[in-house]
Design a protein around this ligand. Structure first.
Ligand code: ZN
Length: 175
C-alpha cells in the first residue's frame, strides 16, 4: 500500500456510492480498511467519534474494493497465526511488511477496529469470515501437504499415543 495513503488530510471523504455497511465487515476487514483510510497517524479516539471511525472504515473499504479488502484481511489473519506460533518465514515477514509497511499504524488500526466492534453490529457472515485465514505461500509446517508426522494421543488419560500422519494444525483451516 503506498505510504501516501497515510499522509492525506484527516477529514474522511465518504465514498460516493456506499456499497457496503460496516456490519458486513469482520474485525480484521475493519482493521485493514482503517489502515487504508485517511485515518491520521497519531489519531486519538474521543467520545462521539464513532461515526467518524465508521466513515474511515467505509472509506478504506471503498478505496481497496471488497475483494482486495477481504483477501488482505485473510492474509493478515494468516500472518498473525504464523507469528503466534513463531513460524513465519523471512519471506512471509517480508511480504507482510510490503502489505502493511507501517507496523504502528497496523497495530493502531487493530485497536480502533476492536473499539468499533464494541458499538457496531456484525453480520453472521462477517463474523464467520473473521475466523478464516490465508497463509502467504506454502505452509512452513507441512509444505502444503496438510499433514504432519507426529505423536497423536489415542487416549491421553491412559498415556496412549501413536505415531503417524495427522492434519497439520498450522494450516488445517486454510483452503
Ligand atoms: Zn500445514
Amino acid at each position: 500500500m503506498p505510504a501516501t495513503l497515510t499522509l492525506s488530510h484527516p477529514a474522511p471523504v465518504l465514498p460516493s456510492v456506499q456499497t457496503v455497511s460496516v456490519s458486513d465487515l469482520s474485525n480484521g476487514e475493519r482493521t485493514v480498511a482503517l489502515y487504508a483510510s485517511d485515518l491520521p497517524d497519531g489519531y486519538r479516539y474521543k467520545r462521539g467519534d464513532d461515526a467518524l471511525l465508521v466513515a474511515w472504515i467505509l472509506q478504506g473499504a471503498d478505496r481497496l474494493g471488497l475483494d482486495r479488502l477481504r483477501h488482505l484481511a485473510a492474509l493478515e489473519a494468516g500472518y498473525r497465526r504464523l507469528c503466534a506460533r513463531n513460524k513465519a518465514t523471512a519471506e512471509q515477514k517480508r511480504a507482510h511488511a510490503e502489505r502493511f509497511p507501517d507496523a504502528k499504524r497496523d497495530r493502531r488500526a487493530g485497536e480502533l477496529a476492536a473499539l468499533v466492534t464494541h458499538f457496531a453490529s456484525m453480520t453472521d457472515e462477517a463474523r464467520e469470515r473473521g475466523g478464516r485465514f490465508l497463509l502467504d505461500g506454502p505452509c512452513p509446517e507441512c509444505g502444503d501437504t496438510r499433514q504432519v508426522w507426529a505423536l497423536w494421543a489415542v487416549d491421553a488419560d491412559a498415556d496412549w499415543y501413536e505415531e503417524g500422519y495427522g492434519p497439520c494444525s498450522l494450516c488445517g483451516g486454510a483452503a
